[in-house]
Ligand binder design. Structure first.
Ligand code: C2O
Ligand code: CU
Ligand code: CU
Length: 420
């Protein structure tokens, strides 16, 4: 563990970005005109972050997946008004993972994320250093933030025109804020850190060759062993780290990452260079679900229901004054989340809880798929599905739980748990 101290200053600001050649699109970003920097934390270190709101509207700075005190988590209570500054400080106590940060002001999260406020956090620890997975940032360890937007005739993001109460889905895909990106890789194993940073869209990733890739990490840490996958679905806010083996692929093969419709998301240009010959270790972590956790009674029941602006949790809409549940710090409880269908059948909701990484115990009573047997902070839940999780909060405070379709969250599909 590191005893280093790192200080960052993060400014939420407005700017202009050349997404289309020769056109300036009005966007939001952290320390830049669009999206944000990658913050690198080490387990054990103390991190200080100066927060500055340079927007002309209220915002908050939320650390999605990070185990910090409720007062530093940047939920809707931690508002910074235009021009306001604040400083937070915390110790990084969790294992290596890819997290992210984004705003969380009540009712305006969807618009601010849509306009570009989102950044990544990498946590490293002794294990992640020992594992020797591909880790040359930008070369064989690539962050990929997937988002979808609608641009108007002036090539502007016009949230109000684009917005859909059931989740704003765009017709234009951006990766790391870039239109039609291409990734150049050497003939080696390449690690992709995937974030579904969209407001509402689910992404199913595959290779156009039908080759498998391996998933090595979930939202909150490494899987125990690499899981070979033919396709992978991420709902909004979920992350996964996958490794594609380009060492046996040819430069003229036109390999690409595609989505479920077969549309190209990211073409790869493979050079003639042979890169590092990394082996993916068979054992990467010691994540486990204990017998005790499996036998705990359900102490919190959560029912997700509705669509459009009629979304609720346990029949209620978010009320900042209402605490829905309490839980004791350091005590593991089992929550049961149920997605109740409506007359139209219902829809998938990505469910997220702040301030903790948790374990998925079961989906409809069955052990979750292999690639969900690791730390999670968000998961998809289909209509009529019941998901049980074991969750423990390391810190105290008030934390949100909500649907991560951002328009559902803004429409009140959110509640609060107070950890004391
Ligand atoms: Cu990604 Cu309430 O957060
Ligand atoms: Cu969060
Ligand atoms: Cu939802």
């Amino acid at each position: 563990e590191s005893d280093a101290e790192t200080e960052y200053t993060i400014r939420a600001q407005k700017g202009e970005t050349e997404i289309f050649d020769g056109v300036q699109t009005k966007t939001y970003g952290y320390n830049s005109s669009f999206l944000g920097p990658m913050l690198q934390f080490e387990k054990g270190e103390t991190v200080t972050i100066n927060l500055i709101n340079e927007l002309d509207e209220n915002t908050t700075f939320h650390w999605h997946g990070l185990e910090v005190a409720g007062s530093e988590d940047g939920g809707p209570h931690e508002v910074l008004e235009p021009g306001d500054e604040d400083t937070i400080q915390f110790e990084v106590t969790q294992e290596a993972a890819t997290l992210w940060f984004h705003p969380h002001p009540e009712g305006d999260t969807s618009e601010q994320v849509y306009n570009g406020l989102a950044g990544l956090i990498y946590i490293e620890d002794q294990n992640s250093k020992n594992l020797e997975l591909p880790s040359d940032y930008g070369k064989n360890d690539i962050p990929l933030v997937f988002q979808d937007k609608i641009f108007d005739d002036e090539k502007q993001l016009n949230y109000e025109a684009a917005a859909n109460e059931d989740g704003t889905v765009g017709d234009t895909s951006l990766i790391n804020g870039t239109l039609n990106p291409k990734l150049t890789v050497d003939k080696e194993k390449v690690r992709l850190r995937l974030l579904n940073g969209s407001n509402a869209r689910n992404y199913t990733f595959k290779l156009n060759t039908e080759d498998d890739f391996v998933q090595v990490a979930t939202d909150g840490g490494f899987l125990n062993e690499p899981v070979s996958m033919n396709e992978l679905t991420l709902t909004p806010s979920e992350r996964a780290e996958v490794i594609i083996d380009f060492s046996k692929m040819d430069s003229d093969e036109n390999i690409a990452l595609i989505n479920e419709d077969g549309a190209t998301l990211l073409p790869f240009e493979i050079t003639d260079q042979t890169g590092k010959n990394t082996e993916i270790p068979d054992e990467m972590n010691d994540f486990s679900v204990t017998e005790e956790e499996k036998s705990l009674p359900v102490t919190k029941e959560i029912e997700l229901f509705g669509m459009m602006d009629m979304v609720t949790i346990n029949g209620k809409k978010f009320d900042p004054e209402r605490i829905d549940f309490t839980q004791e710090q350091g005590v593991t409880e089992v929550w049961e989340i149920y997605n109740k269908p409506d007359m139209m059948g219902g829809m998938i909701h990505p469910f997220h809880i702040h301030g903790a990484q948790f374990k998925i115990l079961s989906r409809n009573g069955e052990t979750p798929p292999k690639n969900e047997r690791g730390w999670k902070d968000s998961f998809s839940i289909a209509p009529d599905e019941t998901v049980k999780i074991a969750i423990q909060f390391k810190n105290k405070g008030v934390y949100m739980f909500h649907c991560h379709i951002l328009e559902h969250e803004d429409n009140g599909m959110m509640g609060q748990v107070k950890v004391e």
